[in-house]
Design a protein around this ligand. Sequence first.
Ligand SMILES: C[S@@+](CC[C@H](N)C(=O)[O-])C[C@H]1O[C@@H](n2cnc3c(N)ncnc32)[C@H](O)[C@@H]1O
Length: 363
Amino acid sequence: MRKMRAQVGAAFHAEPKDLPEMQKPLLEYTTSEGNREDEGVNHQLELDSLFLGDSATVLKTLPPQSIDLVVTSPPYADNRKGPYQGWPIATYVDRFLPITKELKRVLKPSGSFILNIKERATDGERQTYVLELILALKKQGWLWTEEYVWCKSNSYPGKWPNRFRDSWERCLHFTLRKGFKMRQDSVMVPVGDWAKARLKNLSETDKSRDESKVGSGFGKNISNWIGREMVYPSNVLHLATECSNREHSAAFPVGLPEWFIKLLTDEGDVILDPFMGSGTSARAAINLKRHYVGVEMSPDYYQVSQAAITEARALAEETRRRRGHRRSREGNRGQPGEVPQAAPSSRSEAQGVYLLEEESIPV
Ligand SMILES: C[S@@+](CC[C@H](N)C(=O)[O-])C[C@H]1O[C@@H](n2cnc3c(N)ncnc32)[C@H](O)[C@@H]1O
């Protein structure tokens, strides 16, 4: 295996080969949780690294419990050749499991694994390898926590003899335990115009908790929404595809990993994409001040990723520099009546809480 590293923090549009090798930040930690043989062992992970190689091999070189979030879209299930090779449907699950075994090892106990995938339809029927993969992952010890839907808001119309165009993909959410890291407030959305009309004239039922008629234990209190500007989103994400100008036929939009990174990590956390493609997950991590680790098998896409990372770093640096200048200008001027923001009083206030499923409260 050849290991190459992305060059970061260097000039915009410069060729990677012309850039100086940067000193990489190191994550140093001790394995702590669970009844592990390596409990108490010290580890080091070189952050912001991109590896050229097969994930099945490269992931074995990463230390355990070092990753906060895995977000990825795996190879397609087909026999395509060229720079982007798919995996045959018949052996798809067998090929994936050694990789997810390593993902399980490198993920922190509080971490999450988001798998963006959609089963193909061939020979006139939907194939079942994604469903088989879910069952196999559960057997491997993962909890299948949730399924989000990525709805492709810009999909073109088309006609097939027995179905309609694919306009959505799964984003499967796996975790290692029920109490995983989740920052629900970071992905809140505006309540929307429906609330103005719905909340204007409330009935007596609307003013108290209305229990589910089917005895599910869930209920809602409509009056809870009065005065709320922001609410929690649903599990359907509406995002346009972005493959043009990305030099990769299967790139996901940067907003997709960004949404999960905001929801499932904090600033400074480490994001891993074992199938880096054109570098989208790394760009998302950089944009949100997280660290990334990535693996890509194709030398061509590895180069595409490197260039994307270099560009994202340069843009992020530039944005930070401009914000710094603006703040120092405003600071010098002094805003009339300006009150300094109080620092968060506790770690849980600053970082949100780990929600246990049993503790979640349906509104
Ligand atoms: C669906 S694409 C990922 C696209 C990526 N999400 C993006 O936005 O550009 C899957 C990528 O995995 C790479 N790949 C396939 N098998 C691999 C393996 N065993 N190890 C590492 N990368 C692999 C392919 O070359 C391809 O670029």
